[in-house]
Every structure is written in C-alpha cells, then in structure tokens.
Design a protein around this ligand. Sequence first.
Ligand SMILES: O=C(O)[C@H](O)CO
Length: 332
Amino acid sequence: ISPVKQTSPVCFTSRSHDPDTFPHLSSCSCNIEQWDSDEPVPRSELLEKVAGIRGLYCLLTEKIDAEVLDAAGPSLQVVSTMSVGYDHVSLEELKKRGIRLGYTPDVLTEAVAELTVALLLATSRRLLEAVDEAKNGGWGTWKPLWMCGYGLTDSTVGILGLGRIGAAVMARLKPFGVKRFLYADTGPRPDMATKIPAEFVPLEELARHSDFVVVCCALTPETQGICASSLFSLMKDTAIFINTSRGGVVNQEDLYQALVNGQIAAAGLDVTEPEPLPIDHPLLKLKNCACPSPQTLSFSSGTLQQHRGPPCPQSLLLPQAGQGGTPIPHPQ
Ligand SMILES: O=C(O)[C@H](O)CO
C-alpha cells in the first residue's frame, strides 16, 4: 500500500490495536480506520467499512468471503490476518480477484506447544479433577490408586499434522521419556521429523497405536470433522486426545460419546466449535474433558511480547492475478 495521504480510509483494521504493541500501524502514513473495540466488528459494520479500501487487517473472528470482498470492491489489494490459521479467509475468492493475503506464521509456535503440553499433562494426570476434589471435599483420605492417570514414559505419541507446532510439541515431550512418535499428515514431512525422529503412518494406525493423540493440523476441507467416531473407536481406551488446532477438525458429538462411553480416557481442548462453547454444553460437564478458555491461553499478551518478530502479518501467500501460483504452505 503506497503511503498516499487521503481523506477516505485506505485501510481498515477490524479490532482496536494498542499503539505500543502495534507501532507499525500507528506510524503508518496511510489513512487507517480502526474498529475501536475489543469486541469483533459486527458483520454489517464490516461490510460498510470495507467499501473502497485498499487494505484490510482482520482477525480470525471475521469471515472474509465473497460478500466482504464484493463490499470492498476492486480497490482492495491486500487482506492481512493476525493469525496463524487462515481458514476464515476464502483463498478461492481472493485468488479470483488477485488479492494478496498476509498472515502471521510462527508467532504462536512456542505458546501453542507449551499449551498443548499443559493440556496433555493436565488431562493425563487428572489435574483439574484432582483440584476440584480437593476443593469440594471429595478427597476423603489417601488411597493408592485414586486419581491415578497415565504417564508419558515409554509411551507412543501420535501427532496429526506435523507442522511447526507439531514439531515443537514433540521437542517438549521427548524429555518425558516418550518411546515413539508417530505422525499423520498429507504426506511425509522429513523436514520436520528428523531432529526428533517420527514415523509417518496412516491416521488409522496412529489412532490404534498412540497413547496420546495430539491434533495440530490446519482446518481445511480435508481435515474438517476428521476426528470422529470412526477414529475414536480405533483408539485405546486409555488414550488421551488433545486438540490445539481448530474446533472444526473434531466431531464434538462423537468426542462426547467416546468420552462418556470410555472409548478414550480423556480430552484436552484448546479449541471448540463454537468458541466459547455455551456454558451448558455437554462437553463442559465432563470430568474427563479439560476445556479452558481457548483464546486467552493460546494468544496471551505474554506471547506477543515474547515472539521474535512483530505481530504484523508478514507472509504474503497469494500472488497478484497473472503472476503465477505460489504453493500454500502448511500453516501450522
Ligand atoms: O490461528 C491463530 O493465530 C490462533 O489460533 C489464534 O489463537
């Protein structure tokens, strides 16, 4: 976007941005209009605000589809999303219009990997249940097998989607004495599976053999609902299921049944569909399902301070019309 002074907004940002955290936006000489709220911009406002802009800076709360792009009109050149995943953006519609997409790969790798390990340990060691029991008087006396969980030593961990986050999770779990890492993906990822060796296997084999199944893949048409009863039924009844990718990869009714029927031991979910789940949602009633507030845990302000680069979208994926195709990398 050329820094031309104009009276009408050149860019629209869909959330209020703290100038200290986002110096690039404050110092930019373009005329930027900001949705000045911590809450997502209502759809009707978004459709109005984008008219005639050249750049749109959004979050994963905004669905960027044909309707938004049509409302923006032919002036729109770039959409940037402050997120690692871009499943809320229609790549097809962007491509059709020659609009480029920016996103923020890698800014959350460490944070999400740590959170994944936290969820895995909390569920396998029944931490939240134990805290509840101590608070509500359920801890009567010490019993040797009460609240026993499942250990990582000599275990098999299966990662669905071995991108940056999956590899970072493996690096953190390895020192716990994991014996074998398996992974399933769209194809072998030798680049990700060499430092810590991991075996590429079909998803069904991963489900059958893993003590811990960790989902780190991107949400795509292929992964939508991929974790369903057909997969849970293959898993060990002692298996722990962790999802830190997107809620849409899991069929939540099937997961609920698997947890209630003892098909699997427990689940830790950083992501759900919708977010947040309604407070009376059956998954939130289960003792063997840990489902903390997802966005606060995975995208804390600490994360923003700790990552190595600015949180501004930095990678552009889609070429301008007529410039040839750039393969879309594994987003996570
Ligand atoms: O895609 C992302 O950036 C994360 O899911 C945000 O929490």
